[in-house]
Design a protein around this ligand. Structure first.
Ligand code: 13P
Length: 248
């Protein structure tokens, strides 16, 4: 049985006061015990948020990380730095990092390898654009992303990785993939993992869906067989809506 994982990706939102209130509420009102809850807040707030959730089941994720150990990379944050402040997960290869900041599959692959080496669990994001979907290229695009980003990753390491299927056209648009379409791509990804790592690993790896997940569509999405949770953007900024998703 795979434990569902619901992660909130705050992106570049919130201030410290609101962040503190939000996380305190999540911590006290997340009642569902068989779901892993992760809050991916801006790195600058992780230390403070970590103090709040320290004695709870809520885990902390970062939204990005550099692949080098240290060096002349102005503005970047290393895996060791994230470990210093007690991060459990790191989102890697989010489409906003790919599209706005030019991250390639090769860069994401380096980051995944570093995160694994430093014992931070990666949440690897993949997903197609609207144009790619309309041209019928969804599977090809996702296959390329999954296989390139996981190049050189062992079966043992694969078990530490969460994959998030986030169709780009569904992010922040209010358009969700139908639960059937989402499950179709998620099953396809599980098939790729099966082909490359075998059934034991593909049965165990958790694959989330992300893209306009809201309280009113969360249950339907999460009920799909191959979908093991959600990566939530906008709805994770509001305690009530995030809790409604977490307690689905
Ligand atoms: P929205 O839930 O706001 O569509 O964002 C999804 C996302 O990008 C999560 O990483």
């Amino acid at each position: 049985m795979r434990t569902p994982i619901i992660a909130g990706n705050w992106k570049m939102n919130m201030n410290l006061e609101n962040a503190t209130k939000l996380v305190e509420k999540i911590k006290s009102e997340a009642t569902k015990t068989d779901v892993e809850i992760v809050v991916c807040c801006p790195s600058i707030y992780i230390s403070e948020i970590k103090k709040i959730v320290a004695d709870s089941k809520v885990k902390i994720g970062a939204q990005n990380m550099h692949w080098a150990d240290s060096g002349a990379f102005t503005g970047e944050i290393s895996a060791d730095m994230l470990n210093d402040i007690g991060v459990d997960y790191v989102i890697l290869g989010h489409s906003e990092r790919r599209q706005i900041f030019g991250e390639t599959n090769e860069v994401v692959n380096k980051k995944i390898k570093k995160a694994i080496k430093k014992k931070i669990k990666p949440i690897l994001c993949v997903g197609e654009t609207l144009e790619e979907r309309e041209e019928g290229r969804t599977h090809d695009v996702v296959k390329k992303q999954v296989e390139s980003c996981l190049n050189g990753i062992s079966a043992e390491d694969m078990l530490e990785i969460v994959i998030a299927y986030e169709p780009i056209w569904a992010i922040g648009t209010g358009k969700t993939a139908s639960s059937k379409d989402a499950n179709d791509v998620v099953s396809f990804i599980r098939g790729l993992i099966d082909k490359n790592y075998g059934e034991k690993v593909s049965d165990a790896v958790r694959i989330q869906y992300g893209g306009s997940v809201k309280p009113n569509n969360a249950t339907e999405i999460m009920n799909e067989y191959d979908i093991d949770g959600a990566l939530v953007g906008g709805a994770s900024l509001d305690a009530e809506s995030f809790l409604a998703i977490v307690n689905f």
